[in-house]
Design a protein around this ligand. Structure first.
Ligand code: ADP
Length: 599
């Protein structure tokens, strides 16, 4: 009803709108199609009386037709259905009373029909009070007329051969009252129902709005949290990189025995701090659903040996016996899966087992539980004879930042994130961890994981052996993009060992400038730099007109957590990455591979 349609537009679409209630739309439709039917009926009547040469009736039919068309036009021009309904009801009342008191001077079937229509139309079009008003306006005068007209004394014949007038009058009274009562009753029930429905849907809308706002807020705050952690991680990892790197350099420089011991403690603590930062970061990443599992070929035996290799030494240092058992069925199998994440899970379990065991044994087992249709289900078990876990704490130890007790924190340190990460990593793959433990006797953590088996027998995880001869390296033309002066110093010292003298550019823009007039064999690119970051610089380099320069190998130096940044690095056109603090051999291996083996 909000819009006014143009004068020559008769379409119902112009008078219906979404902000009308369902009931109002039904009322408009009723009027619209009702006028159509009445128009056809009055037109038929007009033709009929005209052909019968009845002038009075012809004029009446013509006036009626004009009236119907005018009201219809008014409805489609300005859809004021309420006014039109009142006009129609008044017209019907007028015709009814005129008919009864003036024209016919009697009550007949037409009178009853008009009254029924007024009652129905009145209630549904103009509501309960007006409906009652029009109903009584029609019924009372008609009944008064009827009663006055018949004055032969009233009695109700119980078994009349023919229904007499007084019976008809009284039963008509009763009928009309009943009709009004029924309509009044059901109209109010019907109307309340609609009102209730509308209220519920309004409430729902309100709730939905609130929910959307809350979700938006939660998403925003979780995004801010992730951003914060990722920035913090970079800030913490960058100086840590320098600390660990300097330690490495000093250890390599043949220090005195006492200095060497101090340096080892320093390196151990820095590595510990790094592990904690990594755990917090990793947990943040897992919680925000950013983990994507890889499916790449790997050898389980090799992976288990790698994980346990370092751990065995730790166990031995504590006087523990370390047992690694791999099902012989798995010995020559090459599997598809995510070795990085599997290693992370096993590493956490094994280091906990060693950490919480004072004497006895550590068992690490991979048992082939099922082997069919090119798929294997492997049961991994890590068992110890350590302090054990109380039954009540078997669930809570998997909660983030939760340790068994305050004493655990004091005696063993740790953040309480390891098992939370393990649990989430398994859950994301639809898997569950089983724990059996007894205080004072030991614990057993186990889980099943399914892998596809590769049919091919090609080498897995092809390694590029470190060149024994590093002599040729002194001619290597290297550009390093790095803004942090401590890191620059560290890199220079490290590279000096291989007699490499790098050129330094303090941001991405400088890299592009230097590249214009000099040739390089390789670029080591820090990612977070002022002015132009490493990603943008790499993209610019790949677009350079000089084909040789555009194809120069680029290794990213990243301080952020690995898995999600890997794709961004490759997308920006860089060849590989090392994450800070990197192992010198790892960096060298990658440089050699990119410069000497590929190019
Ligand atoms: P953190 O090792 O940093 O304390 P975790 O999440 O790895 O955190 O472990 C949570 C807690 O579960 C530990 O603090 C310890 O109380 C308990 N726990 C884990 N593994 C073992 C184990 N093998 N033996 C006894 N207690 C364990």
């Amino acid at each position: 009803m909000s819009r006014d349609a143009s004068f020559f537009n008769f379409s119902i679409k112009n008078i219906l709108s979404d902000n009308q209630s369902v009931l109002d739309q039904a009322r408009i439709r009723l009027l619209y199609y009702g006028f159509g039917i009445v128009f056809v009926a009055v037109l038929g009547l007009l033709v009929s009386v005209y052909l019968q040469h009845l002038p009075m009736l012809t004029i009446t039919a013509e006036i009626s037709l004009i009236l119907v068309v005018s009201l219809f036009k008014y409805l489609t021009y300005k859809p004021r259905w309420l006014r039109i309904s009142h006009a129609l009801l008044m017209l019907a009342t007028f015709i009814n009373l005129l008919d009864v008191f003036v024209i016919m001077q009697r009550v007949d079937i037409i009178t009853i029909q008009i009254i029924l229509l007024v009652v129905l139309f009145g209630y549904y079009m103009v509501g309960q009070s007006w409906g009652l008003f029009y109903s009584l306006l029609n019924i009372i005068p008609v009944m008064v007329f009827y009663v006055l007209e018949y004055n032969d004394g009233y009695f109700i014949a119980l078994r009349p051969e023919k229904i007499d007038q007084s019976t008809i009058i009284i039963s008509m009274f009763a009928n009309f009252i009943l009709i009004i009562y029924i309509h009044s009753h059901f109209y109010s029930a019907f109307f309340n129902n609609i009102k209730q429905l509308k209220e519920t849907s309004d409430q729902q809308k309100l709730l939905n709005n609130k929910l959307e706002l809350a979700i938006e807020k939660a998403e925003k705050s979780s995004h801010i949290k992730s951003e914060f952690l990722s920035t913090m991680s970079h800030e913490i990892r960058t100086p840590l990189n320098a600390v660990i790197g300097m330690c490495n350099l000093m250890i390599m420089a043949n220090p005195r025995a006492d200095q060497k011991e101090n340096l080892r403690v320093l390196k151990f603590s820095a590595n510990n701090l790094l592990a904690i930062v990594n755990d917090v970061l990793d947990f943040n990443k897992i919680e925000s659903g950013k983990v994507i599992f890889e499916s790449i070929k790997f050898s389980l035996v090799e992976l288990m040996q790698n994980i346990c290799g370092g751990q065995m030494l730790k166990a031995e240092e504590k006087g523990l016996e370390f047992n690694l058992k791999i099902d012989p069925v798995l010995a020559n199998k090459v599997l598809y899966g995510d070795p990085t994440r599997l290693a992370q899970i096993l590493f956490n379990l094994v280091s906990n087992a060693i950490k919480f065991t004072k004497q006895g044994n550590i068992y690490v087992k991979a048992f082939c539980h099922e082997d069919k249709n090119n798929k294997v289900v492997i049961t991994f078990t890590v068992k110890d004879t350590g302090i054990g876990i109380a039954k009540d704490n078997l669930e809570s130890i998997f909660e983030p930042f939760t340790q068994e007790s305050i004493t655990t924190t004091r005696q063993y340190g740790g953040t309480g994130l390891g098992l939370a990460i393990v649990k989430r990593l398994l859950e994301l793959q639809g898997l569950q961890m089983q724990v059996i433990s007894k205080v004072g006797e030991g614990s057993e953590f186990s889980f099943n994981m399914e892998f596809e088996v590769s049919n091919t027998t090609d080498e897995v995880g092809e390694k590029h052996p470190l060149l024994q001869n590093t002599e040729g390296l002194s001619n290597l033309k290297m550009l390093i993009a790095e803004d942090n002066p401590v890191n620059v110093l560290l890199m220079k010292k490290l590279l000096a060992k291989w007699k490499i003298t790098p050129i330094i550019a303090e941001n991405g823009e400088r890299v592009i400038q230097v590249l214009q007039y000099r040739d390089f064999d390789i670029i080591l690119m820090d990612l977070q730099m002022p002015v132009m970051n490493g990603f943008d610089a790499a993209i610019e380099i790949r677009k350079m007109p000089d084909i040789k320069k555009a194809a120069i190998p680029i290794i990213a130096l990243t301080a952020a957590a690995l898995t999600d940044i890997k794709e961004q690095i490759l997308n920006a056109g860089m060849n590989d990455y090392v994450s800070k603090p990197f192992k010198p051999e790892e960096l060298m291996e990658k440089i050699q591979h990119l410069v000497f083996e590929i190019h």
